[in-house]
Design a protein around this ligand. Sequence first.
Ligand SMILES: [Zn+2]
Length: 152
Amino acid sequence: MYNRSNSINSFAIAKIYGSKEYPQINGTVKFKQLDKGVLVTAEIYNLPYEICNKEIYGFHIHKNGNCSGNSEDEFLNAGSHYSKNDCEHPYHSGDMPPLFGNKGYAYLSFFTDRFSIKEIIGRSVIIHLNTDDLITPPAGKSGKKIACGVIN
Ligand SMILES: [Zn+2]
């Protein structure tokens, strides 16, 4: 059986939920600690899309594990991008490659040494409506937050 005590800080997961405007979005983001960094695997369903490839979504770890907010920004309390250094976007510790959708379904797996599992437990994963241009601070013009999940 899976023994959590043997694997503290070796695995984490965020269950993703859509905002009130996009309640159909759901999925998981899994984090597995390897020797030299973390393997991140995201599988997300029912992302909004339209013709002309509006299917690239900003994808970041935000600093607070809090998916609450207000009527203007439902996930405001997730805070800004997780950053353990003074670098600007897209060099925040929590900046990840954008999700590419396929009629609403996105699968992404990549490896990074920008953070360890220990550093991200208790923070959150946010999906944004628009693509991340991977240039413009503070969030690559990725726009509205449409889904969130706390990393456990
Ligand atoms: Zn950033």
